[in-house]
Ligand binder design. Structure first.
Ligand code: GLP
Length: 244
């Protein structure tokens, strides 16, 4: 695991986007694993800028998103499908049919999770996975637990995650209590992983993920075992490095 301390959010976003752009240029048929949340927005903005500058081409890229809220469809502003369309897909030349997000409106979410897992398997897995970090150390929606869940699954969101994500909804009561998320298997089998972390609110989780034991209690800690994982973090998330 490599930790790259960036001066600020802007530098973090540009450096991460440069690595993704290199992947897209060198391997134009890559399968990109994508994340939502506020953290990757700057990275997606930079990818859009590079696309508009004629530097990258998404025409043969296929994407697999990490997760989706159960109960939210593409028309819901807080669904992750809506987020991806708005923050990236609508602004580049990616084929919408080549973008995959779990269906939050599936009648049977467990079956949707199984089908999603099979779909990723059939694509041959993920070449480059982008991740954010939950304040409780979650990746995708793999929440702290007493064991790691390998496959795509339906998860009950923790109180901490519901609290953290309530800022995007009109009220806490509107935050869905369940989500479909890729499990740690597809994430860990990705060829490359980029973990994006900014802000002091993430400092505790980042320190534990990077320096603590590998434990399902802090799901991101499993990334220590990945052979090609780069953490792009801003200074605020890394203040613990300079302690004592
Ligand atoms: C959500 C997503 C995660 C994301 C996390 C952090 O819970 N499921 O994939 O990493 O939020 O969000 P933010 O970047 O807004 O802090």
């Amino acid at each position: 695991m490599k930790l790259l301390v960036c001066n600020d959010y802007d530098e973090m976003s540009k450096k991460a986007a440069a690595l993704i752009a290199a992947q897209v240029k060198l391997f134009p048929e890559s399968i990109l694993g994508l994340a939502t949340g506020s953290t990757p927005i700057g990275t997606y903005d930079e990818l859009i800028r590079l696309y508009n500058a004629g530097e990258i081409d998404f025409s043969e890229i296929e994407t697999v998103n990490l997760d989706e809220y159960v109960g939210l469809g593409p028309d819901h502003e807080q669904s992750y499908r809506h987020f991806m369309n708005k923050q990236l897909f609508n602004h580049v030349n990616i084929d919408p049919e080549m973008t995959h997000v779990p269906n939050g409106l599936a009648a049977n979410p467990e079956e949707e999770a199984e089908n999603y897992e099979m779909m990723v398997e059939c694509l041959g897995g993920i070449d480059l996975q982008v991740l954010g970090l939950g304040p409780n150390g979650h990746i995708g929606f793999n929440e702290p637990d007493s064991f790691f869940t390998p496959a795509t699954h339906v998860v009950n969101l923790s109180k901490e995650t519901i609290d953290a994500n309530s800022r995007f909804f009109a009220s806490r009561a509107e935050v869905p209590h369940q989500a479909i998320t890729l499990g740690v298997k597809q994430i860990m089998q990705a060829g490359k992983i980029i973990l994006l972390v900014n802000g002091e609110k993430k400092a505790r989780a980042l320190k534990a993920a990077v320096t603590g034991p590998v434990t399902p209690d802090l799901p991101a800690s499993i990334l220590q075992l990945h052979p090609d994982c780069t953490v792009f973090a801003d200074e605020a998330a890394c203040e613990w490095i300079y302690d004592d």
